[in-house]
Design a protein around this ligand. Structure first.
Ligand code: FES
Length: 141
């Protein structure tokens, strides 16, 4: 399987690994088929993603996807962070092999859950998220 240089870079040197204490929102997803789990932590200030971190127990593509996805949402408004799709994550990584696209779906889903967790805690209405058919299973955190 051929991975882009960017995937290899974000896999071997992932950005934003770790947890955020007293996070504004947390999202955790798992994929039932491969068993991989991803957890995303957000710190939100003035409706902006001030910080984002992740813990991924999964394959290299899942680690690279969570690294890139957290980089892409940092500094963005919650509304813009919500719009991040798995396809945009994969494109920012210069592509993922077809059978590894579900790894980027985990990143999209974990971010959506973390945003809604934040909104719930802040007393805001949760955004509607339908998820991706047949992919990541949304777990309770
Ligand atoms: Fe399942 Fe990568 S193989 S997340």
């Amino acid at each position: 399987m051929n991975y882009s240089a960017k995937v290899m870079d974000h896999f071997t040197n992932p950005r934003n690994v770790g947890e955020i204490e007293n996070a504004s929102g947390i999202g955790e997803v798992g994929n039932a088929k491969c068993g991989d789990i991803m957890k995303v932590y957000l710190k939100v200030e003035n409706n902006i993603v001030a910080d984002a971190k992740f813990k991924t127990f999964g394959c290299g593509s899942a680690i690279a996807s969570s690294s890139m996805a957290t980089e892409l949402i940092k500094g963005k408004s919650i509304d813009d962070a919500w719009k991040l799709t798995n396809v945009a994550v994969a494109e920012a990584l210069d592509g993922l092999p077809a059978i590894k696209m579900h790894c980027s779906v985990l990143a999209e889903e974990a971010i959506h859950l973390a945003i809604n967790d934040y909104r719930k805690k802040a007393g805001l209405e949760e955004f509607e998220y339908k998820g991706k058919d047949g992919h990541g299973e949304i777990n309770e955190k």
